[in-house]
Write a protein that binds this ligand. Structure first.
Ligand code: FPP
Length: 227
């Protein structure tokens, strides 16, 4: 099924609900994150059947450092495993990796793995953009400073210095698990994005849920402030 409007080119997702998914099953939180990575993997595999040119995922916010050390370690280890196990698949499926955030501030071995993954996937045609150590306020502040250093703070100059500068305009922002807030994610980029909030917990989010979200997007009338 598809609606009247054009398909979404850039979709971003706040992947929320891993902890609740695990709690409902009396499992450790780490299991929820592990299932969350599986959901990411399936979604990336399904990209080629969609209109999506860029999928941006909020994997680790700059505020996530406040979580207990054990959970932060779990998330970082999942990241290491994910890059190692899925890099060959990205390359085979023409997926280009992009990273948003202050990722150079992560552990040195992760930075090295990411640099390698960026280099090896640079020829891909669809983008998987992962927000790591990301916060929107910090991103906009950094972009404004860089624009000022260039000479003039204009909207175009700020946009040019956002981590998303090379990505298509954001069409659709999805948040799972029933929370209805943006949590410092893509605040600038979401100015005219459509929003979709679903009660589905992230580990339960499937390519089919994504397809339904894309169908819903196509039925929406976007006016960008006009009428
Ligand atoms: C929110 O669930 C999820 C996160 C803070 C991390 C998201 C990370 C992943 C899905 C795995 C890593 C991603 C990649 C790309 C390897 P929550 O713990 O806040 O859940 P809760 O609100 O139910 O407690």
């Amino acid at each position: 099924m598809s609606g009247e409007g054009p398909g979404a080119r850039h979709v971003a997702i706040i992947m929320d609900g891993n902890g609740r998914w695990a709690k409902r099953r009396h499992l450790p939180r780490a299991m929820g994150h592990r299932k969350g990575v599986e959901a990411v993997r399936e979604l990336v595999r399904s990209l080629k059947e969609t209109s999506i040119e860029c999928l941006t995922l909020y994997a680790f916010s700059s505020e996530n450092w406040k979580r207990p050390e054990e959970e932060v370690d779990d998330l970082m280890n999942l990241m290491r495993k994910f890059i190692k196990s899925d890099l060959p698949e990205f390359i085979a499926n023409d997926v280009k990796l992009h990273i948003l955030g202050d990722w150079q501030g992560l552990a040195a071995d992760i930075v090295e793995m990411l640099e390698d993954a960026l280099a090896q996937t640079s020829g891909g045609s669809r983008t998987l953009a992962v927000a790591l150590n990301y916060g929107s306020h910090a991103e906009i502040t950094r972009a404004a400073k860089l624009a000022a250093a260039d000479g003039e703070i204009t909207e175009q100059a700020i946009e040019h210095h956002l981590f998303s500068a090379e990505l298509p305009p954001l069409d659709l922002l999805i948040r799972t698990s029933g929370e209805v807030r943006l949590s410092n994610f893509l605040l600038w980029q979401a100015a005219y994005a459509e929003m979709l909030f679903t009660d589905v917990l992230w580990p339960d989010f499937t390519p089919d849920h994504l397809k339904r979200a894309l169908d819903d997007f196509e039925t929406r009338e976007r006016r960008f402030g006009g009428r």
